[in-house]
Design a protein around this ligand. Sequence first.
Ligand SMILES: [Zn+2]
Length: 565
Amino acid sequence: MTDKRKIVVIGLDGAVWSLLKPKMDKGYMPNLKRLADGGATGNLESIYPPETPAAWPSFMTGKNPGKVGAFDFLVYDPVTKTEHPVSAKRRKGTTLWKYLTDAGKTSLVLNVPTTYPVEPIQGAMISDFLTPEDARDYAHPVELVEELEAKYGHYPLFFKTMSFVAANSERNCEAFLDECEWMDKTKFEVAEELFDRYDPDFTMIHIWGTDRLQHELWNLFDPEHPRYDAKIAAKYGERIEAYYTMLDDCMGRLIDKAGEDCISFVISDHGFGPTHFFIDLNSWLLREGFIVLKDSLRVKVKKFLWDLGWSPLNVTNLLQPLFKFAALFKTPSPHATIRKATGALAIPGMLDLNKDVDWERTKAYAPFGWSGIYINTRDIRPHGSVDPADYDAIRDDIVKRWDAVVNPYTGEKVGGPVHTNDTMYHGEFAQYGPDVMPLPLENKHMPVCFFGFTSKDPVYKNSTLFGNHVMDGILCAHGKGIEPGAYQDAILYDIAPTVLHLLGLPVPDDMDGKVIEGILTEEERAKGPVKTTHHEEAATSGSADALTAEEEAELRDKLKGLGYL
Ligand SMILES: [Zn+2]
Protein backbone atom coordinates (compact mmCIF):
# COMPACT_ATOMS: atom_id res chain seq x y z
CA MET A 1 0.00 0.00 0.00
CA THR A 2 2.77 2.41 0.93
CA ASP A 3 5.21 1.33 -1.79
CA LYS A 4 4.44 4.12 -4.23
CA ARG A 5 3.95 6.76 -1.61
CA LYS A 6 6.32 9.69 -1.75
CA ILE A 7 6.80 12.32 0.90
CA VAL A 8 7.88 15.87 0.13
CA VAL A 9 8.71 18.25 2.99
CA ILE A 10 9.22 21.89 2.15
CA GLY A 11 10.74 23.81 5.03
CA LEU A 12 10.13 27.54 4.70
CA ASP A 13 12.36 28.94 7.42
CA GLY A 14 10.35 31.24 9.67
CA ALA A 15 7.09 31.04 7.69
CA VAL A 16 4.05 32.18 9.65
CA TRP A 17 0.33 32.03 8.86
CA SER A 18 -0.26 35.68 9.79
CA LEU A 19 1.89 36.65 6.81
CA LEU A 20 1.01 33.84 4.39
CA LYS A 21 -2.78 33.73 4.77
CA PRO A 22 -3.38 37.23 3.34
CA LYS A 23 -1.08 36.34 0.41
CA MET A 24 -3.04 33.12 -0.17
CA ASP A 25 -6.34 35.01 -0.04
CA LYS A 26 -5.13 37.67 -2.48
CA GLY A 27 -4.00 35.05 -4.97
CA TYR A 28 -0.24 35.44 -4.53
CA MET A 29 0.18 31.84 -3.34
CA PRO A 30 -2.35 29.69 -5.24
CA ASN A 31 -0.53 26.40 -4.66
CA LEU A 32 -0.27 26.84 -0.90
CA LYS A 33 -3.94 27.80 -0.85
CA ARG A 34 -4.83 24.65 -2.79
CA LEU A 35 -2.76 22.51 -0.40
CA ALA A 36 -4.21 24.16 2.71
CA ASP A 37 -7.82 24.11 1.50
CA GLY A 38 -7.64 20.48 0.40
CA GLY A 39 -5.44 19.26 3.25
CA ALA A 40 -4.80 19.63 6.96
CA THR A 41 -3.41 22.74 8.60
CA GLY A 42 -2.36 23.94 12.02
CA ASN A 43 0.35 25.71 13.94
CA LEU A 44 3.66 23.90 14.29
CA GLU A 45 5.11 24.86 17.65
CA SER A 46 8.87 25.38 17.71
CA ILE A 47 11.27 24.26 20.43
CA TYR A 48 13.04 26.54 22.95
CA PRO A 49 14.60 28.77 21.81
CA PRO A 50 12.70 29.14 18.51
CA GLU A 51 15.99 29.44 16.64
CA THR A 52 17.12 27.81 13.41
CA PRO A 53 20.23 25.97 14.77
CA ALA A 54 18.26 24.39 17.61
CA ALA A 55 15.02 23.85 15.69
CA TRP A 56 16.19 21.93 12.62
CA PRO A 57 18.27 19.41 14.63
CA SER A 58 15.12 18.77 16.71
CA PHE A 59 13.11 18.38 13.51
CA MET A 60 15.49 15.87 11.93
CA THR A 61 15.92 13.72 15.07
CA GLY A 62 12.37 13.95 16.42
CA LYS A 63 13.82 14.99 19.79
CA ASN A 64 13.83 17.94 22.17
CA PRO A 65 17.08 19.97 22.39
CA GLY A 66 17.87 18.38 25.78
CA LYS A 67 18.63 15.17 23.88
CA VAL A 68 20.22 16.83 20.83
CA GLY A 69 22.46 19.28 22.70
CA ALA A 70 22.00 22.18 20.24
CA PHE A 71 20.47 25.26 21.89
CA ASP A 72 21.92 27.96 19.64
CA PHE A 73 24.60 28.51 17.01
CA LEU A 74 27.23 27.43 19.52
CA VAL A 75 27.17 23.96 21.06
CA TYR A 76 28.76 23.32 24.45
CA ASP A 77 31.11 20.36 24.69
CA PRO A 78 30.87 19.19 28.33
CA VAL A 79 33.99 17.06 27.96
CA THR A 80 36.32 19.94 27.05
CA LYS A 81 34.14 22.75 28.53
CA THR A 82 34.40 24.65 25.25
CA GLU A 83 31.84 26.04 22.79
CA HIS A 84 31.77 25.21 19.09
CA PRO A 85 29.64 26.17 16.08
CA VAL A 86 26.79 23.75 15.61
CA SER A 87 27.32 21.19 12.83
CA ALA A 88 26.29 17.64 11.94
CA LYS A 89 29.17 16.44 14.13
CA ARG A 90 28.25 18.59 17.10
CA ARG A 91 24.61 17.65 17.43
CA LYS A 92 23.45 14.34 18.82
CA GLY A 93 20.79 12.02 17.49
CA THR A 94 20.04 9.74 14.57
CA THR A 95 18.42 11.62 11.70
CA LEU A 96 15.19 10.84 9.93
CA TRP A 97 17.14 10.21 6.70
CA LYS A 98 19.47 7.75 8.41
CA TYR A 99 16.44 5.70 9.48
CA LEU A 100 15.11 5.92 5.91
CA THR A 101 18.46 4.81 4.48
CA ASP A 102 18.57 1.86 6.89
CA ALA A 103 15.11 0.85 5.68
CA GLY A 104 16.24 0.91 2.05
CA LYS A 105 14.44 4.17 1.18
CA THR A 106 15.94 6.85 -1.04
CA SER A 107 16.09 10.44 0.22
CA LEU A 108 16.87 13.84 -1.20
CA VAL A 109 17.92 16.20 1.59
CA LEU A 110 18.66 19.73 0.48
CA ASN A 111 20.03 22.64 2.49
CA VAL A 112 18.64 21.66 5.89
CA PRO A 113 20.61 23.64 8.52
CA THR A 114 23.28 21.67 10.41
CA THR A 115 23.74 18.96 7.77
CA TYR A 116 27.45 19.64 7.16
CA PRO A 117 29.45 17.40 7.06
CA VAL A 118 26.95 15.57 4.86
CA GLU A 119 25.78 12.06 5.73
CA PRO A 120 26.28 9.26 3.18
CA ILE A 121 22.58 8.54 2.82
CA GLN A 122 20.92 6.50 0.12
CA GLY A 123 20.14 9.30 -2.31
CA ALA A 124 21.63 12.77 -2.35
CA MET A 125 22.30 15.56 0.13
CA ILE A 126 23.49 19.16 -0.16
CA SER A 127 24.43 20.97 3.04
CA ASP A 128 23.47 24.41 4.24
CA PHE A 129 24.55 27.94 5.15
CA LEU A 130 26.44 26.65 8.20
CA THR A 131 29.01 25.02 5.92
CA PRO A 132 32.60 26.36 6.01
CA GLU A 133 32.94 28.69 3.04
CA ASP A 134 35.82 26.86 1.35
CA ALA A 135 34.40 23.37 1.82
CA ARG A 136 34.55 21.32 -1.36
CA ASP A 137 32.58 18.40 0.03
CA TYR A 138 29.20 19.98 0.77
CA ALA A 139 27.26 17.44 -1.29
CA HIS A 140 26.75 13.71 -1.29
CA PRO A 141 27.72 12.19 -3.62
CA VAL A 142 30.68 14.57 -3.69
CA GLU A 143 30.77 14.71 -7.52
CA LEU A 144 27.63 16.81 -7.30
CA VAL A 145 29.70 19.79 -6.13
CA GLU A 146 31.58 20.04 -9.41
CA GLU A 147 28.46 19.45 -11.43
CA LEU A 148 26.55 22.21 -9.61
CA GLU A 149 29.38 24.72 -9.87
CA ALA A 150 29.87 24.01 -13.57
CA LYS A 151 26.23 24.85 -14.11
CA TYR A 152 25.61 27.72 -11.67
CA GLY A 153 29.03 29.30 -11.09
CA HIS A 154 28.55 28.86 -7.40
CA TYR A 155 25.83 26.99 -5.58
CA PRO A 156 23.98 29.46 -3.32
CA LEU A 157 24.74 28.10 0.13
CA PHE A 158 25.54 31.61 1.44
CA PHE A 159 24.30 35.17 1.15
CA LYS A 160 26.82 37.53 -0.41
CA THR A 161 25.02 40.75 0.48
CA MET A 162 25.54 42.13 3.95
CA SER A 163 23.06 41.42 6.71
CA PHE A 164 20.94 44.04 8.53
CA VAL A 165 21.08 46.68 5.80
CA ALA A 166 18.42 45.66 3.30
CA ALA A 167 15.81 48.20 4.46
CA ASN A 168 18.30 51.08 4.74
CA SER A 169 18.18 52.19 1.13
CA GLU A 170 16.67 51.31 -2.23
CA ARG A 171 20.06 50.12 -3.43
CA ASN A 172 20.42 47.67 -0.53
CA CYS A 173 16.85 46.46 -0.85
CA GLU A 174 17.32 45.79 -4.55
CA ALA A 175 20.55 43.83 -4.06
CA PHE A 176 19.07 41.84 -1.19
CA LEU A 177 15.92 40.88 -3.12
CA ASP A 178 17.97 39.96 -6.19
CA GLU A 179 19.93 37.52 -4.10
CA CYS A 180 16.91 36.06 -2.25
CA GLU A 181 15.17 35.39 -5.57
CA TRP A 182 18.19 33.84 -7.27
CA MET A 183 19.16 31.76 -4.26
CA ASP A 184 15.81 30.12 -3.66
CA LYS A 185 14.91 29.72 -7.33
CA THR A 186 18.21 27.96 -7.95
CA LYS A 187 17.70 25.66 -4.97
CA PHE A 188 14.30 24.58 -6.29
CA GLU A 189 15.70 24.13 -9.81
CA VAL A 190 18.38 21.79 -8.44
CA ALA A 191 15.74 19.99 -6.35
CA GLU A 192 13.63 19.29 -9.44
CA GLU A 193 16.61 18.00 -11.38
CA LEU A 194 17.75 15.71 -8.58
CA PHE A 195 14.20 14.52 -8.04
CA ASP A 196 14.11 13.30 -11.62
CA ARG A 197 17.47 11.62 -11.22
CA TYR A 198 16.88 9.84 -7.88
CA ASP A 199 13.12 9.27 -7.81
CA PRO A 200 13.28 9.60 -4.00
CA ASP A 201 10.80 8.21 -1.49
CA PHE A 202 11.48 11.24 0.73
CA THR A 203 12.38 14.76 -0.37
CA MET A 204 13.22 17.65 1.90
CA ILE A 205 14.22 21.15 0.87
CA HIS A 206 14.97 24.05 3.18
CA ILE A 207 14.38 27.63 2.03
CA TRP A 208 16.32 30.33 3.85
CA GLY A 209 15.16 33.44 2.00
CA THR A 210 11.83 33.58 3.90
CA ASP A 211 13.67 33.97 7.20
CA ARG A 212 16.20 36.52 5.95
CA LEU A 213 13.58 38.57 4.15
CA GLN A 214 11.28 38.68 7.18
CA HIS A 215 14.16 39.70 9.46
CA GLU A 216 15.33 42.47 7.18
CA LEU A 217 12.16 43.77 5.53
CA TRP A 218 9.31 43.18 7.99
CA ASN A 219 9.05 46.95 8.42
CA LEU A 220 8.15 47.31 4.74
CA PHE A 221 5.00 45.18 4.90
CA ASP A 222 3.84 46.35 8.31
CA PRO A 223 2.62 49.98 8.34
CA GLU A 224 2.39 49.82 12.14
CA HIS A 225 6.11 49.09 12.47
CA PRO A 226 7.97 52.10 13.94
CA ARG A 227 10.53 51.80 11.13
CA TYR A 228 7.95 51.58 8.33
CA ASP A 229 9.31 53.33 5.24
CA ALA A 230 6.43 54.23 2.94
CA LYS A 231 8.66 55.13 -0.01
CA ILE A 232 10.68 51.92 -0.08
CA ALA A 233 7.55 49.91 0.76
CA ALA A 234 5.71 51.41 -2.25
CA LYS A 235 8.61 50.69 -4.56
CA TYR A 236 9.28 47.09 -3.43
CA GLY A 237 5.90 45.92 -2.08
CA GLU A 238 4.89 44.13 -5.27
CA ARG A 239 8.32 42.63 -5.70
CA ILE A 240 8.20 41.15 -2.20
CA GLU A 241 4.82 39.59 -3.03
CA ALA A 242 6.35 38.29 -6.27
CA TYR A 243 9.10 36.56 -4.27
CA TYR A 244 6.45 34.58 -2.37
CA THR A 245 4.65 33.81 -5.65
CA MET A 246 7.92 32.51 -7.09
CA LEU A 247 8.33 30.21 -4.06
CA ASP A 248 4.72 29.08 -4.39
CA ASP A 249 5.21 28.27 -8.05
CA CYS A 250 8.37 26.25 -7.28
CA MET A 251 6.64 24.39 -4.43
CA GLY A 252 3.71 23.50 -6.68
CA ARG A 253 6.01 22.15 -9.41
CA LEU A 254 8.04 19.98 -7.02
CA ILE A 255 4.95 18.55 -5.33
CA ASP A 256 3.25 17.88 -8.67
CA LYS A 257 6.37 16.08 -9.83
CA ALA A 258 6.02 13.66 -6.91
CA GLY A 259 2.72 12.46 -8.41
CA GLU A 260 -0.70 11.75 -7.03
CA ASP A 261 0.50 9.40 -4.29
CA CYS A 262 2.58 12.18 -2.79
CA ILE A 263 1.98 13.48 0.69
CA SER A 264 3.40 16.97 1.02
CA PHE A 265 4.23 18.95 4.12
CA VAL A 266 4.88 22.67 4.07
CA ILE A 267 6.33 23.54 7.46
CA SER A 268 8.43 26.12 9.26
CA ASP A 269 10.85 25.80 12.16
CA HIS A 270 9.37 28.80 13.97
CA GLY A 271 7.01 31.68 13.28
CA PHE A 272 7.73 35.37 12.90
CA GLY A 273 6.59 38.67 14.26
CA PRO A 274 7.59 42.34 14.33
CA THR A 275 10.38 43.55 16.62
CA HIS A 276 10.00 47.09 17.89
CA PHE A 277 12.51 46.91 20.74
CA PHE A 278 15.58 44.92 21.73
CA ILE A 279 16.41 43.94 25.30
CA ASP A 280 20.10 43.51 26.04
CA LEU A 281 20.04 40.60 28.48
CA ASN A 282 23.57 41.16 29.79
CA SER A 283 23.04 44.86 30.43
CA TRP A 284 19.91 43.94 32.36
CA LEU A 285 21.73 41.21 34.33
CA LEU A 286 24.52 43.71 35.10
CA ARG A 287 22.01 46.28 36.29
CA GLU A 288 20.28 43.71 38.49
CA GLY A 289 23.59 42.55 40.00
CA PHE A 290 23.66 39.03 38.53
CA ILE A 291 26.76 39.98 36.51
CA VAL A 292 29.65 41.51 38.44
CA LEU A 293 32.52 43.25 36.62
CA LYS A 294 36.19 42.86 37.52
CA ASP A 295 37.49 45.21 40.16
CA SER A 296 40.38 46.58 38.07
CA LEU A 297 41.13 50.18 37.06
CA ARG A 298 40.97 49.20 33.36
CA VAL A 299 37.47 47.76 33.67
CA LYS A 300 36.34 50.70 35.83
CA VAL A 301 37.42 53.10 33.07
CA LYS A 302 35.61 51.01 30.47
CA LYS A 303 32.45 50.99 32.60
CA PHE A 304 32.74 54.77 33.05
CA LEU A 305 32.96 55.28 29.26
CA TRP A 306 30.12 52.83 28.69
CA ASP A 307 27.94 54.75 31.16
CA LEU A 308 28.74 57.90 29.15
CA GLY A 309 27.52 56.22 25.97
CA TRP A 310 30.57 54.53 24.41
CA SER A 311 28.57 51.41 23.49
CA PRO A 312 28.15 49.16 20.44
CA LEU A 313 24.61 50.50 20.04
CA ASN A 314 25.71 54.13 19.77
CA VAL A 315 28.60 53.29 17.44
CA THR A 316 26.26 51.29 15.19
CA ASN A 317 23.75 54.15 15.17
CA LEU A 318 26.50 56.61 14.20
CA LEU A 319 27.46 54.34 11.30
CA GLN A 320 23.89 54.02 9.99
CA PRO A 321 24.34 56.57 7.15
CA LEU A 322 27.30 54.54 5.85
CA PHE A 323 25.24 51.36 5.78
CA LYS A 324 23.07 52.89 3.05
CA PHE A 325 25.88 52.00 0.65
CA ALA A 326 26.63 48.56 2.08
CA ALA A 327 25.27 46.68 -0.92
CA LEU A 328 28.01 48.20 -3.08
CA PHE A 329 30.64 46.24 -1.20
CA LYS A 330 29.96 42.68 -2.17
CA THR A 331 32.76 40.41 -1.08
CA PRO A 332 33.22 36.67 -1.10
CA SER A 333 32.75 36.79 2.66
CA PRO A 334 30.71 39.89 3.56
CA HIS A 335 29.90 38.60 7.00
CA ALA A 336 33.51 38.37 8.08
CA THR A 337 34.17 41.78 6.53
CA ILE A 338 31.41 43.57 8.39
CA ARG A 339 32.42 41.87 11.62
CA LYS A 340 35.99 43.06 11.21
CA ALA A 341 34.82 46.58 10.33
CA THR A 342 32.47 46.96 13.29
CA GLY A 343 34.86 45.04 15.54
CA ALA A 344 37.71 47.43 14.79
CA LEU A 345 35.56 50.40 15.70
CA ALA A 346 33.79 48.83 18.64
CA ILE A 347 36.60 47.17 20.56
CA PRO A 348 38.65 50.06 21.99
CA GLY A 349 37.46 50.73 25.50
CA MET A 350 34.25 48.75 25.29
CA LEU A 351 32.99 46.38 27.96
CA ASP A 352 33.53 42.77 26.99
CA LEU A 353 31.61 39.83 28.39
CA ASN A 354 34.54 37.45 28.08
CA LYS A 355 37.33 39.69 29.36
CA ASP A 356 35.76 42.06 31.89
CA VAL A 357 33.42 39.89 33.93
CA ASP A 358 34.38 38.55 37.36
CA TRP A 359 33.18 34.98 36.95
CA GLU A 360 33.75 34.15 40.62
CA ARG A 361 31.05 36.63 41.59
CA THR A 362 28.79 36.38 38.51
CA LYS A 363 25.58 34.43 39.09
CA ALA A 364 23.99 34.50 35.63
CA TYR A 365 24.80 35.69 32.12
CA ALA A 366 23.64 35.45 28.51
CA PRO A 367 26.50 33.83 26.61
CA PHE A 368 25.77 34.00 22.92
CA GLY A 369 23.12 34.55 20.32
CA TRP A 370 19.53 34.70 21.41
CA SER A 371 19.10 31.63 23.52
CA GLY A 372 18.47 33.07 26.99
CA ILE A 373 19.96 33.36 30.46
CA TYR A 374 22.40 30.83 31.90
CA ILE A 375 23.03 30.44 35.63
CA ASN A 376 26.78 30.25 36.23
CA THR A 377 26.62 26.89 37.97
CA ARG A 378 29.88 25.28 39.07
CA ASP A 379 30.80 22.11 37.09
CA ILE A 380 28.32 22.90 34.29
CA ARG A 381 29.34 26.29 32.88
CA PRO A 382 32.82 27.05 31.50
CA HIS A 383 33.62 29.59 34.28
CA GLY A 384 31.09 28.24 36.79
CA SER A 385 31.16 29.43 40.40
CA VAL A 386 27.59 29.15 41.70
CA ASP A 387 26.90 26.42 44.25
CA PRO A 388 24.22 24.07 42.81
CA ALA A 389 22.34 24.45 46.12
CA ASP A 390 21.71 28.11 45.22
CA TYR A 391 20.40 27.34 41.72
CA ASP A 392 16.66 27.38 42.44
CA ALA A 393 16.80 30.62 44.41
CA ILE A 394 18.76 32.44 41.68
CA ARG A 395 16.48 31.14 38.93
CA ASP A 396 13.34 32.18 40.80
CA ASP A 397 14.86 35.59 41.51
CA ILE A 398 15.58 36.16 37.78
CA VAL A 399 12.05 35.14 36.82
CA LYS A 400 10.56 37.44 39.48
CA ARG A 401 12.68 40.41 38.46
CA TRP A 402 12.05 39.88 34.76
CA ASP A 403 8.34 40.24 35.46
CA ALA A 404 9.03 43.78 36.65
CA VAL A 405 10.95 44.96 33.55
CA VAL A 406 9.32 48.05 32.12
CA ASN A 407 9.94 49.52 28.69
CA PRO A 408 10.84 53.19 29.33
CA TYR A 409 9.54 54.19 25.88
CA THR A 410 6.05 52.79 26.41
CA GLY A 411 5.84 52.87 30.21
CA GLU A 412 4.47 49.33 30.04
CA LYS A 413 5.80 46.00 31.23
CA VAL A 414 7.82 44.11 28.61
CA GLY A 415 5.84 40.98 29.46
CA GLY A 416 5.76 37.80 27.41
CA PRO A 417 6.19 34.24 28.64
CA VAL A 418 9.26 33.21 30.68
CA HIS A 419 10.36 29.57 30.66
CA THR A 420 12.78 27.66 32.84
CA ASN A 421 15.14 24.80 32.03
CA ASP A 422 13.09 22.12 33.83
CA THR A 423 9.96 22.91 31.82
CA MET A 424 11.75 23.20 28.45
CA TYR A 425 14.14 20.24 28.30
CA HIS A 426 14.81 16.69 29.30
CA GLY A 427 17.64 14.36 28.35
CA GLU A 428 21.39 13.95 28.47
CA PHE A 429 22.23 17.58 27.57
CA ALA A 430 19.32 19.38 29.26
CA GLN A 431 21.47 20.86 32.04
CA TYR A 432 23.73 22.56 29.46
CA GLY A 433 20.83 24.52 27.98
CA PRO A 434 19.61 27.94 29.08
CA ASP A 435 18.11 28.17 32.58
CA VAL A 436 15.70 31.06 32.09
CA MET A 437 14.26 31.99 28.73
CA PRO A 438 12.15 35.12 28.43
CA LEU A 439 10.25 35.23 25.15
CA PRO A 440 8.97 38.79 25.06
CA LEU A 441 9.05 38.72 21.28
CA GLU A 442 5.50 37.50 21.40
CA ASN A 443 5.10 41.09 22.61
CA LYS A 444 7.32 42.83 19.98
CA HIS A 445 10.45 42.85 22.17
CA MET A 446 13.45 40.76 21.27
CA PRO A 447 16.01 39.58 23.87
CA VAL A 448 19.56 39.78 22.51
CA CYS A 449 23.19 39.51 23.48
CA PHE A 450 24.90 40.74 20.32
CA PHE A 451 28.11 42.29 21.63
CA GLY A 452 28.13 41.38 25.31
CA PHE A 453 26.91 44.74 26.59
CA THR A 454 25.25 46.55 23.70
CA SER A 455 23.52 49.39 25.45
CA LYS A 456 23.53 51.00 28.88
CA ASP A 457 19.75 51.00 28.89
CA PRO A 458 18.70 47.35 28.58
CA VAL A 459 15.59 48.20 26.51
CA TYR A 460 16.45 50.09 23.32
CA LYS A 461 14.86 50.89 19.98
CA ASN A 462 15.49 48.43 17.20
CA SER A 463 17.39 49.68 14.19
CA THR A 464 18.61 46.50 12.50
CA LEU A 465 16.33 43.46 12.61
CA PHE A 466 12.73 44.43 12.01
CA GLY A 467 11.15 41.03 12.50
CA ASN A 468 12.16 38.00 14.52
CA HIS A 469 11.15 34.53 15.62
CA VAL A 470 8.05 33.53 17.58
CA MET A 471 7.06 30.03 18.70
CA ASP A 472 4.27 29.10 16.27
CA GLY A 473 5.37 28.09 12.80
CA ILE A 474 3.14 26.57 10.12
CA LEU A 475 1.92 23.07 9.39
CA CYS A 476 0.21 22.22 6.11
CA ALA A 477 -0.15 18.58 5.04
CA HIS A 478 -1.82 17.41 1.86
CA GLY A 479 -2.28 14.22 -0.14
CA LYS A 480 -3.77 10.72 -0.07
CA GLY A 481 -4.12 9.77 3.58
CA ILE A 482 -4.44 13.34 4.86
CA GLU A 483 -7.90 14.42 6.02
CA PRO A 484 -9.11 17.44 4.01
CA GLY A 485 -10.10 20.30 6.24
CA ALA A 486 -8.51 18.85 9.39
CA TYR A 487 -7.04 21.34 11.84
CA GLN A 488 -4.35 20.04 14.17
CA ASP A 489 -1.60 21.82 16.06
CA ALA A 490 1.64 19.88 16.47
CA ILE A 491 5.26 20.30 17.55
CA LEU A 492 8.21 20.54 15.17
CA TYR A 493 9.68 17.23 16.35
CA ASP A 494 6.39 15.42 15.50
CA ILE A 495 7.18 15.57 11.78
CA ALA A 496 9.97 12.92 11.78
CA PRO A 497 7.86 10.18 13.45
CA THR A 498 4.92 11.13 11.22
CA VAL A 499 7.02 10.70 8.07
CA LEU A 500 8.35 7.32 9.27
CA HIS A 501 4.82 6.13 10.03
CA LEU A 502 3.45 7.27 6.67
CA LEU A 503 6.22 5.35 4.92
CA GLY A 504 5.25 2.20 6.84
CA LEU A 505 8.20 2.27 9.26
CA PRO A 506 8.25 1.98 13.06
CA VAL A 507 8.92 5.02 15.24
CA PRO A 508 12.06 4.80 17.43
CA ASP A 509 10.98 4.92 21.08
CA ASP A 510 13.59 7.53 22.07
CA MET A 511 11.97 10.16 19.83
CA ASP A 512 9.98 12.79 21.75
CA GLY A 513 7.71 13.50 18.79
CA LYS A 514 4.42 11.71 18.20
CA VAL A 515 2.74 10.75 14.94
CA ILE A 516 0.27 13.54 14.13
CA GLU A 517 -2.72 11.23 13.88
CA GLY A 518 -5.24 14.09 13.87
CA ILE A 519 -4.36 14.93 10.26
CA LEU A 520 -4.87 11.38 8.93
CA THR A 521 -7.96 10.05 7.19
CA GLU A 522 -9.94 7.27 8.79
CA GLU A 523 -8.80 4.95 6.02
CA GLU A 524 -5.18 5.75 6.80
CA ARG A 525 -5.68 5.17 10.51
CA ALA A 526 -7.42 1.87 9.79
CA LYS A 527 -4.19 0.53 8.34
CA GLY A 528 -3.07 -0.13 11.90
CA PRO A 529 -1.66 1.50 15.01
CA VAL A 530 1.67 3.29 15.12
CA LYS A 531 4.50 0.74 15.36
CA THR A 532 7.45 1.49 17.59
CA THR A 533 10.95 0.12 17.82
CA HIS A 534 13.49 0.33 20.62
CA HIS A 535 16.39 2.67 19.95
CA GLU A 536 19.28 4.03 22.01
CA GLU A 537 21.88 6.50 20.77
CA ALA A 538 25.54 5.48 21.02
CA ALA A 539 27.48 7.05 23.91
CA THR A 540 28.70 10.64 23.42
CA SER A 541 31.93 10.63 21.47
CA GLY A 542 33.14 14.08 22.58
CA SER A 543 35.01 16.25 20.11
CA ALA A 544 37.07 13.63 18.30
CA ASP A 545 35.30 13.79 14.95
CA ALA A 546 34.34 17.47 14.87
CA LEU A 547 35.28 20.11 12.28
CA THR A 548 38.86 21.37 12.19
CA ALA A 549 39.76 24.39 14.33
CA GLU A 550 40.18 26.43 11.14
CA GLU A 551 36.74 25.47 9.84
CA GLU A 552 35.18 26.28 13.21
CA ALA A 553 36.91 29.70 13.31
CA GLU A 554 35.55 30.51 9.87
CA LEU A 555 32.05 29.46 10.89
CA ARG A 556 32.27 31.70 13.96
CA ASP A 557 33.11 34.62 11.64
CA LYS A 558 30.11 33.87 9.49
CA LEU A 559 27.77 33.60 12.49
CA LYS A 560 29.06 36.87 13.95
CA GLY A 561 28.50 38.61 10.63
CA LEU A 562 24.91 37.36 10.58
CA GLY A 563 24.43 38.72 14.09
CA TYR A 564 24.03 35.28 15.60
CA LEU A 565 27.02 35.55 17.95
ZN1 LIG B 1 15.87 33.87 11.57
